[in-house]
Design a protein around this ligand. Structure first.
Ligand SMILES: CC(C)(COP(=O)(O)OP(=O)(O)OC[C@H]1O[C@@H](n2cnc3c(N)ncnc32)[C@H](O)[C@@H]1OP(=O)(O)O)[C@@H](O)C(=O)NCCC(=O)NCCS
Length: 278
């Protein structure tokens, strides 16, 4: 299978709009699904901002680049604004080829840093970005409410020419030890991944016992009591009990639990990758 990445052309519009429709899920995007017939290109996304992957000559995916802050002090930063691969061609390296090509293109155009935002539950994309050299810069907790659940937005970035120097206090490390900054980053990522895993495990536990959860919540006179009852019932901590309370049960479908279970497996794999020793 030959993957070729090229500049987008105006006549890619229909193929890219189709990929957007095919790939939209609430785990991948906080925006509503694209309305049928919505053109792909717009004033915000011009062909010049987009790279297209072709597999055996057919359009297979795209990556879009943009600028977040139009001021001179931010000119060295580019942002990956969109990435999608035809689901029929997933897990064959197309996404990776696109991300690496976008970083390369940004760097050639003078970018020192390439950033992006990815939803916390989008573990596949997060892993792809991590494999392409992106590190987590921060997490906007509960940034979106999606399907009734507060969802984090994860900020990631890569520095194609090498990371900027750290402040002295954080970069000094005794001989033979890893620099303090990298252990801080690892600890942050571990904490964040463990926290998300706890939340998703609590949601999965609740979805396996919907009748018991409903009984515990409806018997409680107020939300604090309901949260305490869920802590007891599910054996979870307060934050996780509140996450269960925030679920919009009326919007659940048959695939919600399998999707959460898949995310749990992904997060456990992430923890193993991070060398979690708990
Ligand atoms: C995310 C997406 C672009 C990945 O494209 P892709 O072509 O399937 O990705 P690749 O084949 O290049 O994957 C490279 C690596 O990323 C990781 N990865 C990609 N998709 C993954 C998934 N669903 N689950 C776990 N890991 C995944 C894996 O490490 C993979 O390597 P491997 O296949 O050797 O294990 C694609 O699934 C997609 O279009 N998703 C919907 C849109 C979206 O979420 N975009 C990101 C918005 S921020």
């Amino acid at each position: 299978m030959g993957i070729e990445v090229r500049d987008a052309r105006a006549d890619d519009d229909a193929a890219l709009a189709r990929i957007d429709v095919l790939t939209w899920t609430s785990a991948g995007s906080p925006a509503p699904p694209p309305a049928p017939g919505t053109p792909f290109f717009s004033d915000r996304t011009r062909p010049d901002d987009v790279l297209v992957a072709e597999v055996d000559g057919a359009v297979a995916g795209y990556v879009a680049l943009g600028d977040t802050l139009p001021i001179p002090a931010h000119r060295h930063v580019r942002e990956i604004r969109g990435l999608a691969v035809d689901p029929g061609l997933g897990r064959r390296g197309v996404g990776r080829a696109l991300v690496l090509a976008a970083v390369d293109r940004a760097a050639r155009a003078g970018a020192v840093k390439v950033g992006l935002r990815v939803l916390g539950p989008n573990t596949g994309a997060r892993r792809l970005y991590a494999r392409c050299g992106f590190g987590i810069e921060g997490v906007l907790r509960g940034e979106f409410r999606i399907d009734g659940v507060l969802v984090d937005d994860v900020l990631m970035a890569t520095f194609p020419g090498g990371e900027p120097p750290r402040p002295a206090a954080r970069s000094a490390a005794p001989p033979g030890q890893r620099p303090e900054s990298s252990s801080w980053e690892r600890a942050d990522r571990l904490d964040e991944t463990r926290r998300r895993l706890r939340t998703l495990e609590a949601l999965a536990a609740a979805l396996r016992r919907p009748a018991d959860v409903a009984a515990a919540v409806t018997a409680a006179p107020d939300r604090p009591t309901a949260a305490a009852a869920l802590q007891e019932l599910l054996g979870v901590a307060a934050d996780e009990a509140h996450a269960v309370l925030q679920m919009q049960w009326g919007r659940l479908t048959g695939d919600t639990l399998p999707r959460i279970e898949e995310d749990v497996r992904e997060l456990r794999a992430d923890l193993r990758d991070l060398g979690d020793d708990r």
